[in-house]
Structures are given as C-alpha cells and as structure tokens.
Design a protein around this ligand. Structure first.
Ligand code: AMP
Length: 191
C-alpha cells in the first residue's frame, strides 16, 4: 500500500515524510530529492529536468512517472512506500493508478498539509538562507506556489472523491505537526 503527502511547496512535506517513514518503517520516495540527485550527477534525466526546476515549473510528467516507476520496483518498496512530492498533477495521479493496478496495489491514504501562503513564503525564504536551495528565490517561490494552485490543488478533489483524503493542519513546529500526522496515520495504516 502507498501513502501520499500532498501539500504546497514549503508546507513541510519533506520534514514530515522523513519522520513518518521512520515511524512506519516504509520506503521514502521524494521526487524532488531524486531529481536534485539526478541534476547533481549530471545524468540525462538531470539535464532534462534542471531548467524546469530552476524556473519553478514542473518537470515533464513522462520523466517523473518513469522515475517513480523505477523506484517503486525496488525491493525496499515492497513493505509500502510514502510518496513525497508525487503526484503533482491529475495526469501523474492517473499514471500512478494505472501502474498500481497492474501491481495489484493501491493508494491507501493521501495527507494534505494545510499552511497559509504567507507562511509558505516565509518558510521557503528561511530554507533558502539555511540550505541554499537554488529554487527558493523570491521569483521562483511565487511560481511554485502558482503551479501548485493551478496544477496540483485539483488532486485534493481527485482523492476526496476516492474517500482516501485527510487534511492536516501544517502550522506550528515540526513536532506539533508530526503529532497530528501520527493521529491520522494510526487510524488508517496497519503496516
Ligand atoms: P520539491 O522538492 O518536491 O519541492 O520539488 C522540487 C522541484 O522538483 C519542483 O519545483 C519541480 O520542478 C520538480 N518536481 C518534484 N516533483 C515533481 C513532480 N511530481 N512532477 C514534476 N516536477 C516535480
């Protein structure tokens, strides 16, 4: 079974995912991390993805879907996986559903972290100061928030219609948010 963290950039998906995979002992699949690694290593995929990432746009679906398919085929995903930053469009969600139905698997729970936009901007600017992420500039931050609103937000309805959506208040400290995440997960997930 699969878990998904959905939420705007800066909502704390990465931080919460790292804690949750440890808590549940399942695999962590962050498309942002996989793409940044591909860029650092200068692979074909990395070269194709870099300019999209730098400008705050989504990397083309075909590239990301391929990446996720490869990662899900690895043995550590057998116990279950947490998808962090994927899917980010309806098209990606449909590709994922098709892939999973071939494997007789499914998405079990989708968690949306809700954080207001001013707080997202503040967190991303803070991250750019601390981590030096090159896509955390003020212009790119606005672009990423906008892409989220237009392309990723419709997934909330997509998963709500399947009755597997949980909305979690993403405000406060990472510890406070993780307590809320655990309440939801303990209710839904029996690994
Ligand atoms: P993240 O670390 O999840 O914020 O992702 C950083 C960047 O990687 C995004 O702004 C996109 O350019 C790219 N990216 C990550 N995940 C996806 C995805 N599922 N689809 C398309 N692009 C993605």
């Amino acid at each position: 079974m699969l878990l998904i963290f959905l939420g705007p950039p800066g909502s704390g998906k990465g931080t919460q995912s790292a804690r949750l995979v440890e808590y549940l002992n399942i695999a962590h699949l962050s498309t942002g991390d996989l793409l940044r690694k591909a860029v650092r290593e200068g692979t074909d995929l990395g070269q194709q993805a870099a300019s999209h990432m730098e400008s705050g746009q989504l990397v083309p679906d075909s590239l990301v879907v391929h990446l996720v398919g490869e990662r899900l085929a690895q043995p550590d995903c057998e116990r279950g996986s947490l998808l962090d930053g994927f899917p980010r469009s309806i098209n990606q969600a449909q590709s994922l559903d098709e892939h999973l139905s071939e494997q007789a698997s499914r998405v079990g729970l989708v968690m949306v972290l809700k954080v207001d936009e001013d707080e997202l901007r503040r967190r991303m600017l803070e991250r750019s100061r601390l981590e030096g992420r090159s896509d955390d500039t003020p212009e790119t931050i606005e672009k990423r928030i906008q892409v989220h609103r237009t392309t990723t937000q419709p997934l909330v309805q997509y998963y709500q219609d399947r009755d597997i959506l949980a909305t979690i208040d993403g405000s406060g400290t990472p510890d406070e948010v993780f307590e809320r995440v655990k309440v939801v997960v303990d209710r839904h997930w029996h690994a």
